[in-house]
Write a protein that binds this ligand. Structure first.
Ligand SMILES: C[S@@+](CC[C@H](N)C(=O)[O-])C[C@H]1O[C@@H](n2cnc3c(N)ncnc32)[C@H](O)[C@@H]1O
Length: 264
């Protein structure tokens, strides 16, 4: 008799592939060390990070399609792992010279890690105590749309800025650095920050996490306000009048953030 395959079993492919890659890599690393050969720690860490993200994405897919009440957490796992993986991938396309393990943005800051862990704790505690709170499908869908739009805007900004985009704000102008004012940069002065801001809030709406939603909104708003001011000092220093003119006509894109004040 033919038995129907469970749909979520199809999604287990990335999980097993991720695990197999990780195991192979670990074996290779042990053998190389045993033989006293030179190992490339950065390369090993890169592969580990990529395998880990593939594994997390696969687990997220399984949860999303399985018959469970953890579906929205599955969406969240897919969004988070895709975001970090694609940060590395797009950096590899636009600015390979700056590519490193940090391009995954996994070790962004202690605050970022604490924020992520807090959201997992809030989700689990509320799910156990008030399970119906986590079943507001329409709200989770709003969060998912915010995540998808935020992600697309951020990646569009990175692709538009090309080699002028760097995860580390530059204080010295490279010869090749030019001012970008087209595409999504004609809509917002800081499109990648706008995308990241709404993406991070969207993840908490998707998880129906009221405490983290408030915390994420305040913390990321403050973070981007400071970062934009710092970045604009450098940009004015690099591009002078051209940036001041650009600043006059294009809004930052973030609510109540106007960037550095310029006395004219
Ligand atoms: C992480 S990227 C963020 C770019 C921009 N703030 C955004 O949100 O899309 C930071 C780097 O982009 C550069 N940058 C920011 N705006 C730029 C623009 N309009 N044209 C060229 N480079 C820019 C800065 O010099 C900095 O090194």
């Amino acid at each position: 008799m033919l038995t129907k395959k469970k749909p979520y079993l199809k999604c287990s492919f990335p999980v097993f592939t991720g695990l197999r890659c990780y195991a192979k890599l670990h074996r290779h690393y042990r053998i190389t060390r045993k033989k006293g050969q030179c190992v490339d720690p950065e390369g090993i860490s890169l592969n580990r990070a990529a395998c880990f993200l593939g594994f997390a994405f696969g687990c997220g897919l399984i949860l999303s399609f399985a018959d469970t009440t953890w579906t929205h957490f599955g969406w969240y796992m897919c969004s988070l792992s895709f975001f970090h993986y694609s940060e590395y991938l797009v950096t590899a396309i636009i600015n390979p010279r700056s590519l490193s393990l940090d391009s995954f943005l996994l070790n962004h800051s202690v605050e970022y890690t604490v924020a992520a862990i807090s959201s997992w704790i809030e989700f689990t505690v509320e799910k156990l105590l008030i399970p119906e709170m986590k079943q507001m499908n329409w709200l989770c869908l709003v969060g998912l749309v915010m995540v998808l739009c935020g992600e697309s805007l951020r990646k569009a900004a990175m692709l538009t800025a090309g080699s002028n985009f760097n995860h580390i704000v530059q204080n010295e102008k490279a010869q090749s650095h030019v001012l970008v004012t087209t595409g999504v940069y004609a809509l917002f002065r800081h499109p990648s920050y706008v995308g990241w801001f709404y993406w991070s809030i969207g993840t908490q709406i998707m998880l129906c996490n009221p405490i983290c939603l408030l915390g994420y909104t305040i913390a990321s708003w403050r973070f981007f306000r400071e970062r934009i001011e710092e970045e604009e000092i450098s940009l004015i220093h690099f591009f002078g009048e051209d940036y001041i003119e650009y600043k006059k006509v294009v809004f930052t894109g973030l609510p109540f953030i106007s960037g550095i004040r310029v006395n004219s």
